[in-house]
Design a protein around this ligand. Sequence first.
Ligand SMILES: [Zn+2]
Length: 472
Amino acid sequence: MENKMQLYNTLTRKTETFVPHTDGKVSMYTCGPTVYHFAHIGNLRSYIMEDVLEKSLRYLGYDVTRVMNITDVGHLSSDGDTGEDKMLKGAQREHKTVMEIAKYYTDAFFADCAKLNIKTPDQVVPATQCIPDFIAAVEKLLEKGYAYIAGENVYFDTSKLQDYYVFSSQSEKELLVGVRDDVEEDVNKRNKSDFVLWFTKSKFENQELKWESPWGVGYPGWHIECSCIAIGRLGEYLDLHCGGVDNIFPHHTNEIAQSEAYLGHPWCGHWFHVQHLNDKSGKMSKSKGDFLTVSLLQEKGYNPLVYRMFCLQSHYRKPLEFSYEVLDNVNAAYTKLLKRISELKEEGQPDPAVMEEYQGKFQDALCSDLNTSMAITVVYDLLRAETNDSTKLELIRSFDQVLSLGLTDGVPKETSSVDAQLEAYVLQKIQERAQAKKEKDYAKADAIRSELLEKGIALEDTREGVKWKLLG
Ligand SMILES: [Zn+2]
């Protein structure tokens, strides 16, 4: 088929025609979440843009197979080989086992994705289900001389490669120095950039999840998981690998190193990276400031699809600054757009010439390095076009297969201004119920819940406290 998608490739640092290994088919791999906490909306920006990319390729007629891992073991918080274990940290914080934490936050992640109309990849693979594959890959890397054992851990030897810093640029090298400065040196490493493939000697004595291996009881390094899952599920040649820009180094750099050492040939042709979401003070993270989640946006009255629209209106390679003022503007524009579309009537027959013209414009926008804001502009242009409503509706339905903004679902109920009186009333009742529970007056607590239910208000006890919503 005709290759017309122009897409920036981090590997070549150029926008180039996307050419898959097998004509018409695309194998696509996405680094999934480390499931130790809720995803913040900055993480979700990457998943939204990857979702649009996958749907764009399908829209262009490609047969896409997409795989995503779930990191439920072995991800250390420095993203190197030191730092704290994120999963263990989560489990300790919430007094749960690592597997309980993994299950809870995996479900929470997919619930957020569903609210944002992000399609679940064809295969979702938890790392803990692939331990034998990781062990086999590490054995092969040892056999081929790309790995060594030191201090009871297995390390990848980066000096064995012609070009380890495949993505390198001046700024990344500076970043590397910065990252390494505050990290304690691992004396077992032969080279500064070497990384762990398998841990048996970890500073985390209380590591919960451990497996037998030829090198003793231990657990895999983070990077090996993505290489093994991608190669195992999608074969030796990967067309497209996605992630956030903070995955470029060290994670994706290490994935390439070990995958190509393992396979003995180039592995993935195209690397797609989504830029950060920032707030006014810089990159958004879980550890600072307001921890922005989809649930929090909903509590503040925003439809999650307004956040999707906010992301789509900006280019994925530009840092995006989040603020409620901008989100409010997007909310107003989104509501207005949905209202205009809801006023279209199924009248007349779709006009094939107009259909072709606008489908062409829409595809051109997607093929211009995934220019989603231009794709949205095509929707506005179409609404102003001289053609009948049926043509418009048919086209908007087809565009929404990619945009997934619920464009033909009708106008959502006004969500941004929840009735203040109602809110005060419910909060008062929630307080009364909490007091009743404290006094072990469960009959009264139940009565308050029923009283609210009769008024169409449902309460939900969550780990962040009591939440409420209007039913129906
Ligand atoms: Zn990964």
